[in-house]
Design a protein around this ligand. Structure first.
Ligand SMILES: *Cc1c(COP(=O)(O)O)cnc(C)c1O
Length: 398
């Protein structure tokens, strides 16, 4: 994540001095509008709508796309619970799909989980690792499904030259404390579709259409909830957006250097990636869970076995697995066209992969020599001997 510091602090001063902290309070051309224009431009997408957080962005995207009761939405077994909770918030049900060794949703399992009730897929780009979007978009087109990308954990990362989040029908981003753009809480919806954008805007501002959410388009009105971001968030976002691409560049360089070191190892297997030339997230796979546990124990700094360190696995989503709902008569599972069942031992392939996988931090905010040293230690004594073969001079200052 990009560091928060003096620049963000300085950017807040004029906003506070202006007294215009709310989105629609005489500040229409303020920091939020500037951020949305800059983000759209940088990401190559027509519309950006800032929201209070990433979960709200996902829900607004689902509403915009017209997903609702009776619909099944495919979500991966490895993601933050918000991805699975969002369909429930609009009356649809999540159907949980296996991941593959890339740690992202398995296109093969998508094909197995599609039913006549499936309406949308939410591919999640986990920990800066990108989904196999070409295959997923092909499946979606063939089966007439919408694709809503959850790019909350991969803000700014690219798949084959396009920013993730801008490839599907809609994309959702999070800017919370732990994400690539880090402002505490925040999010955004992006789309190239004018109608989806108008619906997301109406929904995110309680249907207060007098604020021009329709841009004079003749569209059915909808009420909504309040998911608006503040100008305080906007001011921080503008600063953080400038830090994004340099930070992704540091991740990319560290990925290349660290993987060139890890490739010398006989016992470490670098996890596959759906777009290697753009890789900005790293994991290693072992043959057995025990080996992964031992590796994580030995290399604490920046290494975590995913199964031990993450609440991002479906088996931890208690409210979802229990199918509990906010009100007994607002029960999406009653509205579903078939019985939906979740079992703790479903998606066994995902659990198996996550138990054998360690995530390796690219240490984008740490000096390259430290990351090189830590990576060589992972490979063991042999790596020290071949260390001089690893190119380093061109990266000295990054
Ligand atoms: C963080 C996250 C969200 C939700 O974002 P918030 O801003 O915390 O609401 C959704 N999906 C994934 C994969 C996330 O990591």
């Amino acid at each position: 994540m990009a560091r928060v510091g003096l620049r963000e602090w300085l950017a807040l001063a004029p906003v506070i001095a202006s007294g215009r902290l709310a989105r629609y309070n005489g500040a229409e051309g303020g920091p939020l509008a500037r951020f949305e224009a800059a983000f759209s431009n940088q990401f190559g997408v027509k519309h950006t709508l800032t929201t209070s957080n990433g979960t709200g962005a996902l829900i607004a995207a689902l509403v915009a796309a017209g997903i609702g009761p009776g619909d099944e939405v495919l979500v991966p077994a490895y993601t933050w619970i918000a991805t699975a909770a969002a369909p429930l918030a609009v009356g649809a049900v999540p159907v949980i799909v296996d991941i593959d060794a890339t740690l992202t949703i398995s296109p093969n399992d998508i094909l197995r989980k599609i039913t006549p009730n499936t309406k949308a897929i939410i591919p999640v780009h986990m920990a800066n690792k990108v989904c196999e979007m070409d295959t997923i978009m092909g499946i979606a087109r063939k089966h007439r499904l919408l694709v809503i990308e959850d790019a909350c954990q991969a803000v700014g990362v690219s798949y084959k030259g396009r920013r993730v989040g801008t490839i599907g029908d809609l994309g959702a981003f999070s800017f919370n404390q732990f994400k690539n753009i880090s402002i505490g809480e925040g999010g955004a919806v992006v789309t190239n579709n004018d109608e989806y954008f108008a619906r997301a805007r109406m929904y995110h501002d309680v249907g207060a259409v007098f604020r021009g959410h329709l841009d004079n388009a003749n569209m059915p009105l909808i009420p909504g909830v309040n998911l608006k971001a503040s100008q305080i968030q906007g001011a921080m976002l503008n600063v953080q957006l400038k830090k994004l691409d340099p930070m992704i560049g540091r991740m990319r360089r560290r990925y290349d250097i660290m993987s060139s070191i890890l490739l010398k190892s006989r016992h470490l297997q670098i996890g596959p990636h759906n777009d290697l030339p753009n890789a900005a997230g790293m994991h290693v796979l072992f043959d057995t869970p025990d080996e992964a546990v031992a590796f994580a124990r030995e290399h604490k700094r920046g290494v975590q076995r995913i199964y031990d360190s993450s609440r991002h696995i479906f088996s931890f989503w208690q409210p979802i697995l229990q199918q509990s709902v906010v009100h007994p008569r607002m029960n999406p599972y009653d509205w579903a066209a078939r019985e939906i069942e979740y079992e703790p031992n479903m998606c066994a392939a995902s659990l198996d992969i996550l138990k054998r996988t360690c995530r390796i931090s690219l240490g984008e905010n740490y000096p390259m020599p430290l990351m090189r040293y830590l990576t060589r230690r992972m490979v063991g004594p042999a790596a020290t001997d071949i260390g001089h073969l690893v190119p380093n001079t061109s990266y000295r200052n990054s």
